[in-house]
Design a binder for this molecule. Structure first.
Ligand SMILES: Cc1ncc(COP(=O)(O)O)c(C=O)c1O
Length: 430
């Protein structure tokens, strides 16, 4: 090449939730059946969409207007419906112009970070969903900047740590929260969100709240949205249908912008996000058309309730099977459909091992030369049992452990998976 063409941020782009798939495929070639517990796609794990939802989609498919472009921000009536849902809560008040649709939140996330000035940072939680941390780091051309989620305190943010990292780094202009959280399954109480808003107020920051799982909450935890606590702070909530409907293949998500009128710089930033969408024309039309019909249907609440009951049952089962193992820190998931297990560092050394009985598979796994304890655990677990989870260190954290989903719908298989994992953790840490 005449010039170096690769941006300095490109090396920050990684997505090990999918990268582990390549390794699992190779393990499969050795004849091992894989149990996919790495990816948060309820459809891939066999969840069924109710007929009444399909009927609504079918009727829109039959309407020619579903095949056209939509307005750049999204369909007017859908944005009106969603703005009204926010306003009904009686806190932040928005209108349809404060909502912009994207081709999935992945699209929104790329634009949100991509349009910030390079030297400006958004502090991410650690662990963090890697699409956020990678996109933010790639934009900055530097490793992610993070605050600590504490596994000894229900995975809540360490507020002291967050405060200090903001106070002593003037480049930080935004705080990311993921609530309910991926990968930890934590749901934040109002007190924590209020404190984050206070910090944003004190340092004149904006808040990004990824709420894609906001209707997947259980174990009697209460849903508190950014719009409930935001006051006058500029903020962006990210919402979507990938997990909730669930329809990840629709590639449909949206942002709700709060208080853009309260800060001129923030307003111009949001406008730049809109313009980036403008040059792409618009986002997928069909899913936008069905949102008010599905969300507004009297059966929808009950549908979510039933699903949440299932996740709750699995969350408790998983927790009870893992909580008493020596050398692990386990928290019950209260939202989303993931659980993260942390290995106590004092149990980790070069000798940790799961025995792999198949000689060829053992050679393959050894050849991967994992550079963290948790990668070694994940690869060896995969080779010996076929269970595919994601190393926790892939989520922008130094904590060793793994993330597993709560999506397996066959109860017997679910129990088998967690029993097997419990046994293999004991073997690895002994
Ligand atoms: C916290 C979080 N945000 C965003 C996304 C991406 O959603 P989408 O399918 O809308 O791109 C995911 C997907 O797993 C997620 O877990």
């Amino acid at each position: 090449m005449r010039n170096p063409i690769i941006d300095i941020g490109a090396k920050e782009l990684s997505y090990e939730i999918r990268e582990i798939v390549e390794i699992a495929k190779k393990v499969k070639n050795y004849g091992k059946e894989i149990i996919w517990e790495n990816i948060g796609d309820p459809i891939a794990k066999g969840e069924k969409i109710p007929d009444w939802i399909k009927e609504i989609i079918i009727s829109e498919v039959k309407d020619d207007s579903s095949y056209g472009y939509s307005p750049t921000k999204g369909l007017e009536e859908t944005r009106e419906f969603l703005a009204n849902e926010v306003n009904k809560r009686g806190k932040a008040q928005i209108n349809k112009e404060d909502i912009i649709f994207f081709n999935g939140l992945g699209d929104a996330i790329a634009k949100i970070y991509g349009l910030l000035r390079r030297e400006i940072r958004v502090i991410n939680p650690s662990p963090s969903y890697s699409t956020h941390s990678s996109a933010e780091a790639a934009h900055a051309g530097a490793p992610p900047l993070t605050y600590y989620l504490n596994p000894h305190d229900c995975w809540y943010p360490d507020m002291d740590d967050l405060y200090k990292r903001i106070k002593y780094n003037p480049a930080v202009s935004g705080i990311l929260i993921i609530n309910p959280d991926n990968p930890t399954g934590a749901v934040y109480p109002k007190k924590i969100l209020d404190e984050i808003v206070d910090i944003a107020n004190e340092f004149d920051l904006f808040i990004i709240s990824d709420e894609i799982y906001c209707n997947i909450i259980y174990n009697n935890k209460k849903q508190v949205l950014l719009s409930d606590v935001i006051d006058d702070v500029p903020g962006i909530a990210l919402k979507g249908i990938s997990k909730e409907l669930p329809w990840p293949g629709a590639r449909c998500g949206w942002i709700e912008v709060y208080n853009s009128d309260k800060d001129e710089e923030f307003k111009r930033y949001i406008d730049s996000i809109y313009r980036a969408k403008l040059i792409e024309v618009c986002s997928t039309t069909l899913p936008q058309k069905v949102i008010p019909k599905i969300f507004g249907d009297r059966r929808y609440k009950n549908y979510l309730k039933e699903r949440n009951k299932l996740y709750e049952k699995r969350s408790n089962l998983a927790y009870n099977l893992l909580k008493n193992i020596d050398g692990v820190i386990v928290n019950k998931a209260n939202g989303a459909f993931y659980m993260s297990v942390v290995f106590d560092n004092t149990y980790l050394n070069g000798a940790n091992e799961i025995k792999i009985n198949n000689k060829n598979l053992k050679e393959f796994v050894d050849s991967l030369k994992p550079n963290t304890h948790d990668k070694k655990f994940v690869y060896q677990l995969l080779a010996e049992t076929g269970i595919c989870v994601v190393p926790l260190t892939s989520f922008c954290t130094e904590l060793n452990g793994f993330r597993i989903t709560l999506l397996e719908s066959d109860e017997k298989k679910f129990k088998y998976i967690f029993d097997t994992i419990a046994e293999k953790i004991k073997e690895f840490l002994e």
